[in-house]
Design a protein around this ligand. Structure first.
Ligand SMILES: Cc1cc2nc3c(=O)[nH]c(=O)nc-3n(C[C@H](O)[C@H](O)[C@H](O)COP(=O)(O)OP(=O)(O)OC[C@H]3O[C@@H](n4cnc5c(N)ncnc54)[C@H](O)[C@@H]3O)c2cc1C
Length: 395
């Protein structure tokens, strides 16, 4: 929908409609009018692309303490432990809520099928095949469309925040809304009582990235210009296994493939991960990404390979249906041959400094999801903790 009036008013302006923005919209709608804008479509978000799943302690063999410990270890001593505890303890509740609103997580014998990813000491990842992000997005979207209190504006790009200081007031700085570029090329002034940045990460700054086009760090830039502090921007997580292929350069080969038994090999078919870490392919993703990069440099190779054949054809076709189908379109059959991979920019561990509720340095401005830096991830995110963080912050 495109709007023509150049000055609009709302109670809550939410910029971004990934997991964080969508859940925030459905939570805020009972309290006032919500305007939900995104730069492109609802599919152009990292949430839509997420494959592996969402972490939460759902099995009797697992514990919150163990999830906290794994998060702290992956974060290399730089996580804020109070934030880790505050987020991780909501895993089960968030997963149950997603199920209630229609997310079809995989099940086995009636119970949730939990998968394991690098750095996790237990199986604790709820997933919907290998397209968890789409399943979660569709369920969250069903809560906001249609909704009498929510106005959705697609292809509307926020370009800057409106603050009291910018308008010449010298007392406490407060966010008053944002300027938004509409598809007709007009700049709308949207006045809002509360503005929520849910603009995702910044992977598009890099040549190889798993992120969609929208992930260009806009929210962080706007918040910085408005006077917010930012943190840990140097901690970019590289996903070890992005497809190395001209037409599919941002396609991710989910960590769950290695969790289920796929190997990393060089072009001679030699497994090399145990040269780097005793957990082999299940080492945290920074170790795996560095090992692949090291082998590429040592061997003068353009890529390494992910060999999924140990899983067997039936498991690949069942659990990794979408990845398998997309690869077939590109002429690669992962049931029959190893697939070429490179590390790629995947996740921004830092962001706009915010607390677990998204509060930033500026009154009236919140940052939630990947654009926020809460301290959960420290120097390195534990796989599948990010969707959890988005939803806990938006809740
Ligand atoms: C390929 C891939 C796989 C992943 N797999 C997993 C996984 O299995 N488990 C997990 O926990 N995490 C995973 N992640 C990370 C996770 O998906 C993201 O961290 C999370 O979805 C971010 O959600 P978000 O709501 O913060 O932002 P996003 O989902 O990225 O949404 C950002 C929104 O902001 C909008 N936007 C951006 N700039 C502007 C602007 N200037 N104006 C208006 N709108 C704007 C975009 O249009 C979009 O709607 C994966 C990420 C990728 C890329």
């Amino acid at each position: 929908m495109s709007v023509s009036a150049k000055q609009l008013k709302t109670d809550f302006l939410i910029i971004g409609s990934g997991a964080a923005g969508l859940l925030a919209a459905s939570r805020l709608a009972p309290h006032g009018r919500v305007m939900l804008v995104n730069k492109d479509t609802f599919q152009d978000s990292s949430t839509w692309y997420a494959q592996g799943g969402i972490a939460g302690v759902s099995s009797g063999k697992d514990s919150i303490e163990s999830h906290v410990r794994d998060t702290l270890v992956a974060g290399a001593g730089l996580c804020h432990e109070d934030v880790v505890r505050a987020i991780v303890c909501h895993g089960t509740e968030i997963i149950e809520e997603l199920i209630e609103i229609g997310t079809m997580f995989d099940r086995k014998g009636g119970a949730l099928h939990l998968t394991r990813e690098g750095g996790h000491s237990s199986r604790r990842i709820a997933h919907a095949k290998d397209a968890t992000g789409q399943a979660i997005s569709k369920a969250l979207l069903s809560q906001v469309t249609p909704h009498a209190n929510i106005q959705r504006l697609e292809q509307h790009a926020a370009i800057d925040l409106i603050t009291s200081r910018r308008l010449g007031h010298t007392d406490n700085n407060r966010c008053l809304g944002a300027y938004i570029l509409n598809p007709d090329g007009n700049v709308l002034t949207i006045a809002a009582k509360q503005t929520i940045l849910a603009t995702g990460g910044a992977g598009k700054v890099y040549l190889y990235t798993s992120n969609p086009h929208a992930a260009s760090g806009d929210g962080i830039a706007m918040a910085w210009r408005a006077g917010c502090s930012v943190m840990n921007l140097e901690f970019i997580q590289f996903h070890p296994t992005c497809l190395f292929h001209q037409q599919g350069s941002n396609m991710l080969l989910s960590e769950a493939l290695r969790g289920e038994g796929a190997y990393l090999v060089d072009h001679h078919g030699r497994r090399f991960m145990f040269d780097y870490d005793e957990q082999g392919e299940l080492a945290p993703r920074d170790i795996v990404a560095r090992a692949i990069d090291h082998e590429m440099k040592k061997q003068g190779a353009d890529c390494m390979y992910l060999d999924a054949r140990p899983l067997g054809k039936a498991a690949i076709v069942d659990h990794f249906r979408n990845i398998h189908a997309r690869l077939l379109e590109l002429g690669l059959d992962m049931t029959a041959e190893p697939v070429p991979v490179v590390p790629a920019a995947h996740y921004l561990c830092g962001g706009i400094r915010a607390n677990v509720h998204g509060r930033t340095d500026i009154a009236g401005l919140y940052a939630i999801g990947e654009t926020a830096g809460t301290g959960l991830h420290g120097a390195n995110r534990l796989a599948s903790n990010s969707l959890l963080e988005c939803l806990v912050m938006a809740d």
